[in-house]
Ligand binder design. Structure first.
Ligand SMILES: Cc1cc2nc3c(=O)[nH]c(=O)nc-3n(C[C@H](O)[C@H](O)[C@H](O)COP(=O)(O)O)c2cc1C
Length: 265
Protein backbone atom coordinates (compact mmCIF):
# COMPACT_ATOMS: atom_id res chain seq x y z
CA UNK A 1 0.00 0.00 0.00
CA UNK A 2 1.33 3.51 -0.89
CA UNK A 3 2.35 5.60 2.15
CA UNK A 4 0.46 8.88 2.70
CA UNK A 5 3.56 10.80 1.47
CA UNK A 6 3.07 9.33 -2.02
CA UNK A 7 -0.28 11.04 -2.53
CA UNK A 8 -0.70 13.21 -5.63
CA UNK A 9 -1.71 16.18 -3.47
CA UNK A 10 1.52 16.05 -1.40
CA UNK A 11 3.69 15.57 -4.50
CA UNK A 12 2.16 18.68 -6.08
CA UNK A 13 2.57 20.69 -2.85
CA UNK A 14 6.25 19.70 -2.56
CA UNK A 15 6.90 20.48 -6.25
CA UNK A 16 5.18 23.90 -6.01
CA UNK A 17 6.99 24.75 -2.75
CA UNK A 18 10.31 23.85 -4.35
CA UNK A 19 9.50 26.06 -7.39
CA UNK A 20 8.55 28.94 -5.10
CA UNK A 21 11.72 28.68 -2.98
CA UNK A 22 13.92 28.40 -6.09
CA UNK A 23 12.24 31.35 -7.81
CA UNK A 24 12.72 33.48 -4.67
CA UNK A 25 16.44 32.56 -4.71
CA UNK A 26 16.80 33.34 -8.44
CA UNK A 27 14.89 36.65 -8.14
CA UNK A 28 16.92 37.69 -5.08
CA UNK A 29 20.17 36.82 -6.87
CA UNK A 30 19.11 38.76 -9.99
CA UNK A 31 18.16 41.86 -7.98
CA UNK A 32 21.13 41.58 -5.59
CA UNK A 33 23.68 41.14 -8.37
CA UNK A 34 22.31 43.94 -10.59
CA UNK A 35 24.62 46.66 -9.18
CA UNK A 36 27.65 44.38 -9.68
CA UNK A 37 26.52 43.61 -13.24
CA UNK A 38 26.12 47.33 -13.99
CA UNK A 39 29.55 48.10 -12.55
CA UNK A 40 31.13 45.35 -14.64
CA UNK A 41 29.27 46.51 -17.76
CA UNK A 42 30.55 50.04 -17.22
CA UNK A 43 34.09 48.76 -16.62
CA UNK A 44 33.90 46.72 -19.82
CA UNK A 45 32.73 49.78 -21.79
CA UNK A 46 35.64 51.80 -20.42
CA UNK A 47 38.12 49.01 -21.15
CA UNK A 48 36.93 48.85 -24.77
CA UNK A 49 37.18 52.61 -25.20
CA UNK A 50 40.73 52.54 -23.83
CA UNK A 51 41.61 49.50 -25.92
CA UNK A 52 40.50 51.25 -29.15
CA UNK A 53 42.60 54.27 -28.15
CA UNK A 54 45.63 52.05 -27.35
CA UNK A 55 45.64 53.39 -23.81
CA UNK A 56 45.50 50.19 -21.75
CA UNK A 57 48.60 49.79 -19.60
CA UNK A 58 49.58 46.65 -17.69
CA UNK A 59 49.54 47.23 -13.94
CA UNK A 60 47.20 50.25 -14.14
CA UNK A 61 43.50 49.89 -13.47
CA UNK A 62 40.94 50.77 -16.12
CA UNK A 63 39.26 53.30 -13.81
CA UNK A 64 42.58 55.00 -13.15
CA UNK A 65 43.44 55.38 -16.85
CA UNK A 66 39.86 56.39 -17.69
CA UNK A 67 40.26 59.48 -15.49
CA UNK A 68 42.13 61.05 -18.42
CA UNK A 69 39.12 60.51 -20.71
CA UNK A 70 36.44 63.20 -20.93
CA UNK A 71 32.95 62.13 -21.98
CA UNK A 72 31.03 64.69 -24.02
CA UNK A 73 27.70 64.52 -25.82
CA UNK A 74 27.48 65.52 -29.48
CA UNK A 75 24.30 66.74 -31.14
CA UNK A 76 24.46 64.83 -34.42
CA UNK A 77 21.87 67.13 -36.00
CA UNK A 78 23.92 70.30 -35.49
CA UNK A 79 27.36 68.64 -35.70
CA UNK A 80 28.37 70.45 -32.48
CA UNK A 81 28.84 69.51 -28.86
CA UNK A 82 25.38 69.55 -27.26
CA UNK A 83 24.72 72.69 -25.23
CA UNK A 84 23.60 72.54 -21.58
CA UNK A 85 20.18 73.72 -22.71
CA UNK A 86 19.90 70.94 -25.33
CA UNK A 87 20.96 68.35 -22.75
CA UNK A 88 18.42 69.66 -20.25
CA UNK A 89 15.59 69.74 -22.80
CA UNK A 90 16.42 66.18 -23.87
CA UNK A 91 16.77 65.08 -20.22
CA UNK A 92 20.31 63.78 -20.82
CA UNK A 93 22.76 63.19 -18.00
CA UNK A 94 26.23 62.86 -19.55
CA UNK A 95 27.39 60.24 -17.04
CA UNK A 96 24.42 57.93 -17.54
CA UNK A 97 23.49 58.61 -21.18
CA UNK A 98 22.39 55.40 -22.91
CA UNK A 99 22.54 55.83 -26.67
CA UNK A 100 20.85 52.51 -27.41
CA UNK A 101 17.87 53.52 -25.26
CA UNK A 102 17.82 57.01 -26.84
CA UNK A 103 17.69 55.44 -30.32
CA UNK A 104 14.42 53.73 -29.34
CA UNK A 105 12.85 56.96 -28.04
CA UNK A 106 11.05 58.80 -30.89
CA UNK A 107 11.62 62.16 -29.16
CA UNK A 108 15.40 61.58 -29.09
CA UNK A 109 15.97 59.84 -32.42
CA UNK A 110 15.16 59.77 -36.11
CA UNK A 111 13.84 56.93 -38.23
CA UNK A 112 16.25 55.94 -41.01
CA UNK A 113 13.60 54.31 -43.18
CA UNK A 114 14.72 54.46 -46.82
CA UNK A 115 18.30 55.52 -45.95
CA UNK A 116 19.76 53.02 -43.53
CA UNK A 117 23.09 51.65 -44.87
CA UNK A 118 24.20 50.53 -41.38
CA UNK A 119 20.95 48.62 -40.79
CA UNK A 120 20.19 50.32 -37.46
CA UNK A 121 16.58 51.44 -38.17
CA UNK A 122 16.75 54.50 -35.88
CA UNK A 123 19.62 56.85 -34.99
CA UNK A 124 19.82 58.75 -31.72
CA UNK A 125 20.08 62.52 -32.19
CA UNK A 126 22.82 62.57 -29.58
CA UNK A 127 25.94 60.48 -29.17
CA UNK A 128 28.60 60.25 -26.50
CA UNK A 129 32.17 60.83 -27.68
CA UNK A 130 35.29 60.35 -25.60
CA UNK A 131 38.12 62.88 -25.65
CA UNK A 132 41.68 62.52 -24.45
CA UNK A 133 43.15 65.97 -24.10
CA UNK A 134 46.55 67.45 -23.66
CA UNK A 135 45.92 70.89 -22.20
CA UNK A 136 43.04 72.47 -24.12
CA UNK A 137 43.73 70.46 -27.25
CA UNK A 138 42.26 67.12 -28.16
CA UNK A 139 44.96 64.48 -28.43
CA UNK A 140 42.64 61.68 -29.59
CA UNK A 141 38.93 61.06 -29.90
CA UNK A 142 37.02 57.81 -29.51
CA UNK A 143 33.70 57.40 -31.32
CA UNK A 144 31.04 54.75 -30.70
CA UNK A 145 29.78 53.07 -33.90
CA UNK A 146 27.32 50.28 -34.58
CA UNK A 147 25.63 48.52 -37.45
CA UNK A 148 24.33 45.22 -38.76
CA UNK A 149 26.64 42.43 -39.92
CA UNK A 150 25.14 39.16 -41.10
CA UNK A 151 23.47 37.90 -37.92
CA UNK A 152 23.83 40.67 -35.40
CA UNK A 153 24.22 44.35 -34.63
CA UNK A 154 27.91 44.93 -34.01
CA UNK A 155 28.90 47.61 -31.48
CA UNK A 156 32.38 49.09 -31.47
CA UNK A 157 34.64 52.05 -30.86
CA UNK A 158 36.91 53.82 -33.33
CA UNK A 159 39.73 56.00 -32.05
CA UNK A 160 41.13 58.77 -34.26
CA UNK A 161 44.19 60.96 -33.95
CA UNK A 162 43.79 64.70 -33.58
CA UNK A 163 43.81 65.16 -37.35
CA UNK A 164 40.35 63.51 -36.99
CA UNK A 165 41.26 61.28 -39.93
CA UNK A 166 43.95 58.78 -38.91
CA UNK A 167 42.79 55.62 -37.12
CA UNK A 168 44.51 54.80 -33.84
CA UNK A 169 42.46 51.68 -33.27
CA UNK A 170 39.12 50.04 -33.93
CA UNK A 171 37.31 47.14 -32.35
CA UNK A 172 33.91 45.67 -31.66
CA UNK A 173 32.91 44.87 -28.09
CA UNK A 174 29.54 43.29 -28.78
CA UNK A 175 28.67 41.19 -31.82
CA UNK A 176 27.24 37.76 -32.56
CA UNK A 177 28.69 36.89 -35.97
CA UNK A 178 29.85 33.31 -36.55
CA UNK A 179 33.08 32.52 -34.68
CA UNK A 180 35.86 31.89 -37.22
CA UNK A 181 33.95 33.72 -40.01
CA UNK A 182 32.32 37.09 -39.28
CA UNK A 183 33.39 36.68 -35.64
CA UNK A 184 36.97 37.36 -36.81
CA UNK A 185 36.12 41.05 -36.32
CA UNK A 186 37.37 40.27 -32.80
CA UNK A 187 40.70 38.87 -34.00
CA UNK A 188 43.50 41.10 -32.62
CA UNK A 189 45.55 40.58 -35.81
CA UNK A 190 42.69 41.93 -37.92
CA UNK A 191 42.03 44.80 -35.55
CA UNK A 192 45.72 45.77 -35.73
CA UNK A 193 45.34 46.30 -39.51
CA UNK A 194 43.26 49.43 -38.86
CA UNK A 195 46.07 51.36 -37.20
CA UNK A 196 47.28 54.25 -39.37
CA UNK A 197 44.49 53.93 -41.96
CA UNK A 198 42.84 57.14 -43.17
CA UNK A 199 39.08 57.56 -42.96
CA UNK A 200 38.51 60.56 -45.27
CA UNK A 201 39.79 61.15 -48.80
CA UNK A 202 40.95 64.53 -50.09
CA UNK A 203 37.35 65.55 -50.76
CA UNK A 204 36.37 64.81 -47.14
CA UNK A 205 34.31 61.72 -48.08
CA UNK A 206 34.32 58.85 -45.56
CA UNK A 207 35.80 56.20 -47.87
CA UNK A 208 37.42 53.79 -45.40
CA UNK A 209 36.35 50.27 -46.37
CA UNK A 210 37.14 46.58 -46.22
CA UNK A 211 38.76 45.23 -49.38
CA UNK A 212 37.59 42.02 -51.00
CA UNK A 213 40.40 39.79 -49.72
CA UNK A 214 43.76 41.37 -48.89
CA UNK A 215 44.70 44.98 -49.55
CA UNK A 216 47.07 45.39 -52.50
CA UNK A 217 49.86 47.61 -51.12
CA UNK A 218 50.47 49.07 -54.61
CA UNK A 219 46.85 50.30 -54.69
CA UNK A 220 46.99 54.13 -54.42
CA UNK A 221 43.90 53.88 -52.20
CA UNK A 222 45.45 51.26 -49.87
CA UNK A 223 45.52 53.81 -47.05
CA UNK A 224 41.69 53.77 -47.02
CA UNK A 225 41.41 49.97 -47.14
CA UNK A 226 41.60 47.15 -44.59
CA UNK A 227 41.72 43.41 -45.43
CA UNK A 228 38.25 41.87 -45.77
CA UNK A 229 37.36 38.92 -43.52
CA UNK A 230 37.78 35.70 -45.45
CA UNK A 231 34.59 33.64 -45.83
CA UNK A 232 32.62 36.53 -44.36
CA UNK A 233 31.79 38.87 -47.22
CA UNK A 234 28.48 39.86 -45.64
CA UNK A 235 29.94 40.78 -42.25
CA UNK A 236 32.74 42.65 -44.07
CA UNK A 237 30.18 44.59 -46.07
CA UNK A 238 28.38 45.40 -42.81
CA UNK A 239 31.61 46.77 -41.31
CA UNK A 240 32.23 48.98 -44.37
CA UNK A 241 28.66 50.28 -44.31
CA UNK A 242 28.64 51.06 -40.61
CA UNK A 243 32.01 52.87 -40.50
CA UNK A 244 31.14 54.90 -43.59
CA UNK A 245 27.72 55.72 -42.12
CA UNK A 246 28.99 56.83 -38.71
CA UNK A 247 31.91 58.83 -40.12
CA UNK A 248 29.76 60.25 -42.92
CA UNK A 249 27.30 63.14 -43.20
CA UNK A 250 24.54 61.43 -41.18
CA UNK A 251 26.92 60.47 -38.39
CA UNK A 252 30.01 62.24 -36.99
CA UNK A 253 31.11 63.72 -40.37
CA UNK A 254 29.90 67.33 -39.75
CA UNK A 255 31.13 67.25 -36.13
CA UNK A 256 34.62 66.03 -37.06
CA UNK A 257 34.88 68.49 -39.92
CA UNK A 258 33.96 71.32 -37.51
CA UNK A 259 36.63 70.07 -35.05
CA UNK A 260 39.20 70.03 -37.85
CA UNK A 261 38.47 73.63 -38.76
CA UNK A 262 37.66 75.22 -35.38
CA UNK A 263 39.05 73.00 -32.62
CA UNK A 264 37.33 72.29 -29.30
CA UNK A 265 34.84 74.66 -27.72
C1 LIG B 1 26.82 28.35 -40.62
C2 LIG B 1 27.27 29.51 -41.44
C3 LIG B 1 27.67 30.65 -40.79
C4 LIG B 1 28.10 31.77 -41.53
N1 LIG B 1 28.47 32.91 -40.87
C5 LIG B 1 28.85 33.99 -41.58
C6 LIG B 1 29.22 35.21 -40.92
O1 LIG B 1 29.25 35.34 -39.70
N2 LIG B 1 29.54 36.26 -41.71
C7 LIG B 1 29.53 36.20 -43.08
O2 LIG B 1 29.80 37.21 -43.73
N3 LIG B 1 29.23 35.06 -43.70
C8 LIG B 1 28.88 33.95 -43.00
N4 LIG B 1 28.56 32.81 -43.64
C9 LIG B 1 28.79 32.73 -45.09
C10 LIG B 1 27.76 33.47 -45.86
O3 LIG B 1 26.62 32.71 -45.92
C11 LIG B 1 28.32 33.75 -47.25
O4 LIG B 1 28.53 32.55 -47.89
C12 LIG B 1 29.62 34.47 -47.15
O5 LIG B 1 29.42 35.72 -46.56
C13 LIG B 1 30.28 34.65 -48.49
O6 LIG B 1 31.60 35.08 -48.20
P1 LIG B 1 32.83 34.76 -49.19
O7 LIG B 1 32.42 35.38 -50.52
O8 LIG B 1 34.01 35.46 -48.57
O9 LIG B 1 32.97 33.29 -49.23
C14 LIG B 1 28.13 31.70 -42.93
C15 LIG B 1 27.72 30.54 -43.56
C16 LIG B 1 27.31 29.47 -42.84
C17 LIG B 1 26.87 28.21 -43.57
Amino acid sequence: MASSNDSIKKTIIVALSLCLVCSIFVAAAAVGLKPIQNTNKDLDRKRNILSAASMLEPGKSVDEIFKSVETRIVNLQTGQFATQEELQTAGINVATFDQQAAAKDPSLSVSLKGNDPAGIKRRSNFSAVYLVKSGDNIDRIILPVHGYGLWSTMYGFMALKNDFNTVIGFGFYDQAETPGLGGEVDNPNWKALWKGKKVYDDQGEAVIQLAKGGVDSSDPKAMYKVDGLSGATLTSRGVTHLVQYWLGQEGFGPFLSQLRSEGVQ
